[in-house]
Design a binder for this molecule. Structure first.
Ligand SMILES: [Zn+2]
Length: 372
């Protein structure tokens, strides 16, 4: 397709269609190419293919944009492997958090730096802070992604225009310390870590219900939730209980408030149940605001094309949030998907995907150059 192909120190892939003025700020279209165990076909990859389809359309029309368009295949967005968010996109922007390169992959136990080197990257350059993009030199970042909830199915629309990406705080490796005791121990003497874990889960669910009632979007997930396999058993009061926690919301003030509420729940359970919470490392990702101008332009473009869209807050995290957090104007296009995500049954119809891609292409031709 006549594109310039490059890779950076994190082994991200860049495919650039040159514009009339190569010095003009480029548009970046991208998403991630990694997945989770038993993931589906479309989570991530659809957004990379969308960029290439848009370029193919421009090529077939022999249309040259004033500025470069770079399609980016991003590495390691899924934080399940190293429990670090946005590894590829944050590396590209030079803002990978300290210590990330030493994070160990959950299955191999080897550090991220080893895996980057194995994929043809250069972790030493990343350690020295080398980046591919200066965020101040980017026109915009656009990500097309399958929706990971059924809102578009419910609304009967093929495409949603993104309104924002949630930020989060996380405890990847938390545990509750109680006391291992005999199954016959009366309740008043117990320091039961599993019951404390259950109380914690129910309190979090109550908190979520309260926010739901107030119409404030958030989500709360205990992804791991278990007693200690080395010690647990039918006749033992559990002395240790392990969990991971992800809490997400669309507003930094809401996140800060939730942070305090979780601390208060923890303190209350410690007091009433005689246990201790060890929350461990805390990770954060900032809320990813969508640029209002890009959102309006995508909506306008879709209407011009006769494609009905709805406004949609992203249920999931996306690399676009890393760009937004570093001052890059960002837009999101979601495509209907019937069966959720992070499972093999992701179901995106190609007609729906092409509707999303058409909106993206229209934006590139008619609107991207006017802005910024
Ligand atoms: Zn994804």
């Amino acid at each position: 397709m006549g594109l310039t192909i490059e890779r950076d120190a994190a082994a991200n892939l860049y495919m650039t269609m040159p514009g009339r003025d190569p010095a003009a700020k480029p548009v970046v279209i991208g998403s991630h190419l990694d997945s989770v165990p038993h993931g589906g076909n479309f989570d991530g990859a659809a957004g990379v293919v969308a960029g290439l389809v848009a370029i193919r359309a421009l090529r077939s029309l022999e249309y040259t944009l004033p500025h470069n368009v770079t399609v980016m295949g991003i590495r390691a967005e899924e934080s399940i492997w190293f429990q670090v968010s946005y590894i590829g996109s944050r590396s590209a922007l030079g803002v990978l958090p300290d210590g990330s390169l030493d994070a160990r992959r959950i299955d191999t136990g080897r550090p991220l730096s080893d895996h980057i080197a194995e994929c043809g990257g250069d972790p030493e350059k990343l350690r020295q802070g080398q980046r591919y993009f200066d965020p101040a030199r980017l026109r915009a970042f656009i990500e097309l992604h399958i929706e990971q909830a059924p809102s578009l199915v419910e609304a009967g629309r093929a495409v949603g225009i993104g309104t924002g990406i949630p930020g989060n705080f996380r405890y990847p490796d938390a545990w509750i310390e109680g006391s291992n005791d005999h199954v016959g121990l009366p309740r008043r003497f117990r320091r039961d870590a599993a019951m404390a874990g259950a109380a914690f889960a129910m309190a979090l669910d109550g908190l979520w219900e309260e926010y739901d009632r107030r119409g404030v979007p958030m989500a709360c997930t205990l992804g791991r939730f278990h007693t200690d396999a080395k010690q647990h058993g039918l006749t033992i009061v559990p002395g240790a209980f392990h969990f991971s926690l992800d809490i997400r919301a669309y507003d930094e003030a809401v996140l800060a408030e939730l942070d305090q509420r979780v601390d208060a729940i923890v303190a209350g359970i410690e007091q009433t149940r005689g246990v201790r919470f060890h929350l461990g490392t805390k990770a954060r990702a900032a809320v990813g605001p969508v640029d209002p101008g890009i959102r309006a332009a995508l909506t306008r473009g879709a209407a011009t094309l006769g494609i009905d869209t709805i406004d949609l807050g992203s249920p999931a995290s996306h690399d676009a949030a890393a760009f937004a957090a570093n001052g890059v104007r960002m837009g999101l296009i979601f495509v209907r998907n019937a069966n959720g995500s992070h499972n093999p049954f992701e179901a995106m119809e190609i007609e729906d995907f092409l509707d999303g891609t058409t909106i993206l292409t229209e934006w590139l031709v008619n609107q991207a150059s006017d802005e910024a």
